[in-house]
Design a protein around this ligand. Structure first.
Ligand SMILES: NC(=O)c1ccc[n+]([C@@H]2O[C@H](COP(=O)([O-])OP(=O)(O)OC[C@H]3O[C@@H](n4cnc5c(N)ncnc54)[C@H](O)[C@@H]3O)[C@@H](O)[C@H]2O)c1
Length: 355
């Protein structure tokens, strides 16, 4: 911990996601954003101005050498996640990465090994876990309310949700993948987290790219001047995953498709004693009085209830007072392994054995 009793953050990347990240860190009594670097001088100056940081760093090296910085939050295009994390760890900084962990498992594993060797914290900010609804279902599963969970159905499906054409999100070289790595990662992680099961053994999957290459399905996320449009990633992914205890997961991650709802995402859990949805948190089972009816046993009453409400709160409290880290390296590696397995299965047309 720093002498100031605050975990002092340096940001690498000051793009669209970072305004809420900075607000969340600065709202915590033991967190503060003190430095930032971005390849874009304009964006980093603007960010520093808004968050009371006197001088933007002019290079990553300067940020890494700053002994006022305890931890880095890395929010660059995916290609730079793992390499930047390794540089940060070598400089003695803790790291919280944006999702996805890395471009592939080998990169993620190398960063994880380095963090372990250095005795530093490295985590991936899997923010879906921290929604009050997710926490409620997680607690119910741990209390045994659902019995044995034998299946989960996870999806995030958007009708027109491709990040703006011309952003790095559509560029395989910078993003590694499309809908699968961008939003599939969220729902896969949420399914495994709420199930409490991070032991994938096989995966069969497919990805498609049916809208982006035609310039269709564009949504509102991302910064693009549209001067150079590359779209060579997937916009639809579907997969079937087997876990070591025999449980299974289906995953669907879609940036764009013909579908009735503009946007829908959820993890549905199928247990021997009850079923659940996570978005919103509900637990239900067949009525004991009427076999044809279903009754909702529990519903989240107050969506704003306090608690472990976001990824930075957990990360700061882990570093500050040793609270358990919510997203462990082994869990983040398991998620990356499944994502890579789905991509490989799609390329080869075969099931991939993961363990
Ligand atoms: N958790 C979530 O729900 C969520 C939502 C959106 C994005 N993200 C993740 O956040 C990250 C950033 O996404 P975004 O939407 O803010 O992107 P963005 O394009 O708005 O911002 C990326 C920033 O990184 C800068 N940059 C690029 N390469 C760099 C490098 N090598 N070093 C330093 N800066 C560099 C760019 O100049 C840009 O300002 C991505 O990993 C994305 O997957 C997470």
């Amino acid at each position: 911990m720093s002498k100031s009793d605050k975990v002092r953050f340096g940001f690498v990347g000051t793009g669209q996601i970072t305004a809420s990240a900075a607000a969340s860190i600065n709202a915590h009594p033991h967190g503060k954003v003190v430095a930032a670097f971005d390849l874009s001088e304009v964006r980093v100056k603007d960010f520093c101005g808004k968050h009371g940081i006197a001088h933007p760093c002019t290079s990553l090296e300067a940020l890494l050498a700053d002994d006022q910085v305890d931890a880095l939050y890395i929010a660059t295009p995916n290609k730079f996640h793992a390499p930047t994390a390794e540089l940060a760890l070598k400089a003695g900084k803790h790291v919280i990465l944006e999702k996805p962990f890395a471009m592939n498992l080998a990169e993620a594993q190398a960063a994880a090994d380095l963090a372990k060797a250095k005795g530093l914290t490295l985590s991936v900010g899997m923010n879906q876990r921290f929604n009050p609804d997710s926490q409620k279902i997680k607690a119910a599963v741990e209390a045994g309310e659902l019995g044995e969970i034998y299946h989960a159905k996870a999806h995030w499906r958007r009708r027109t949700g491709i990040p703006k054409m011309g952003t790095w999100f559509g560029n395989r070289e910078l993003a590694g993948g499309g809908a699968l790595y961008d939003i599939g990662v969220h729902m896969l992680d949420l399914a495994m987290y709420t199930m409490g099961n991070f032991e994938p053994v096989t995966v069969s999957g497919v990805t498609y790219s049916k809208f982006g290459p035609r310039g269709l399905g564009e949504g509102g996320w991302g910064m693009s001047d549209k001067s150079e449009i590359t779209f060579d990633v997937d916009d639809f992914a579907s997969a079937f995953i087997r876990l070591a205890n025999g449980a299974t997961v289906t995953l669907e991650a879609v940036w764009a498709c013909h579908t009735l709802k503009a946007n829908s995402n959820d993890v549905e859990l199928f247990g021997t004693e009850a079923g659940a949805t996570v978005v919103p948190a509900q637990i239900f089972r067949t009525s004991q009085h009427d076999n044809a009816a279903y009754e909702i046993l529990e519903q989240l009453k107050d969506p704003k209830k306090p608690g472990m409400s976001d990824r930075f709160v957990n990360f700061i409290e882990h570093l500050h007072d040793g609270s358990p880290l919510c997203c462990t390296l082994d869990q983040a590696l398991a998620v990356q392994k499944v994502l890579d397995g789905i991509a490989e299965s799609s390329r080869t047309g075969r099931e991939v054995v993961l363990a």
